[in-house]
Design a protein around this ligand. Sequence first.
Ligand SMILES: *Cc1c(COP(=O)(O)O)cnc(C)c1O
Length: 464
Amino acid sequence: MLKTLLREIPSVDEVMRSDRLNQYLILYSKDLVAHSVRHVLGEIRNDIIVGKRFDTSAENIEIFVKKYLENILKPSIKKMVNATGVILHSNIGRALLCEEAADAVRTAAFNSVNLEFDMEKGERGDRNSHIEALVCYLTGAEAATIVNNNAAAVLLTLNTLAEGKEVIVSRGELIEIGGSFRIPDVINKSGCKLVEVGTTNRTRPEDYISAISNITALILKAHTSNYKVVGFTSSVSLKDLVIIGSKNNIPVIEDLGSGLLVDLSPYGFSSEPVVRDSLKNGADIVTFSGDKLLGGPQSGIIAGKKEYVHQINKNPLKRALRVDKLTIAAMEATLKLYLQPDKLYKKLPTLRFLTRPINEIEAVAKVAAGLLKKRLGHYYVVKVENGSSAIGSGSLPLESVPTKVVSIQHKTIPLEEIYSMFLNNNPPILGRVHKGKYLLDMRTIEKAEDVVIASLPYFQQPFT
Ligand SMILES: *Cc1c(COP(=O)(O)O)cnc(C)c1O
């Protein structure tokens, strides 16, 4: 029985002869089409073996081959409209680049560049040179280097300065960021031994002091980016850790997470540490992301004392974690914007969205609501309401920013369906469902038209 069914599966050649696959054979290689046919036939075979019925008619198989091919051929990375209000949404690519960075990426992409070429000497140079002076100026660091992301920055720093030795961390800072970055695991993978001190809510200077042994190599302070312990708590300030560290000749490093380079307290945000302050308070090394509040490309920056950055750069692991010319180009252009403070908040999308005046957000919301009412018809309730935006990516976790949202409801259509209706638009519009309403947060939207779906699904079209 099984054998008979399996025998009904046509051969690759038979399927390839179908006229309906011709369009692909003309545009793409015969290999690609044959690969797709083989893949589909293999799946059918497996289905039949596990007892699933499958229509082995040539027509049906061709449909599956076409689907498989279309899937390979269509662009996978697509533009999306971020109407979540979350400025640094990890699932949709975190920070948007500024135009200057995008231009620099384009130039670097299409041309040979002096990535590792010293123009003055006419010989091999260092890729860090393009960003180091800028980072040093903006943070007060003596030296700086750049790697793939902040996770890499922490890993490389620990491995360079503490491999085979002990790293002291407060139990209140054994954090997990976004599922896969956990301080204890990173310490382990760096080849270091974690020494936990204190408790979840309280750690005192004595806890650190009594944990110091002859193989203590580092004290690590990790910024508890995405949560806060409140109530009966105490932690040891960076300043006090630096005093303990220097008495015992142990460097102190701080994983800041978000690389905030400017003081945002005039805008009402004060909980996120500014990189410059950590270094001023004596951290020997700080690490932070390039694509969180800094607003640049995905990357991690290591900044601090020259002797340590020098050792870090010499670690063979650095080669495995280094960034390419596109990232360096984007980071250099992003950092250069910081040299012009009056332009910075207008031109850098991350800071522009974060500090956007509420009346400007409201103006966009009103236009969007008007357009959506027209598009959706009478049966939807569309309103402009007050809301609050989250920053995302663990930055400023407790601070939500007042915003204006367009809320959408319908008597019978469930919210999940409204959510998918917007997500199925081209380009997909991502909103959120909150307290019985579908919300489009205008904080991250600059043109009202961007959140208007092109058409209602066919089953909702009004009769004419
Ligand atoms: C975000 C974050 C990380 C990870 O940074 P990536 O750039 O995502 O690799 C590490 N530590 C802290 C404290 C963070 O906030």
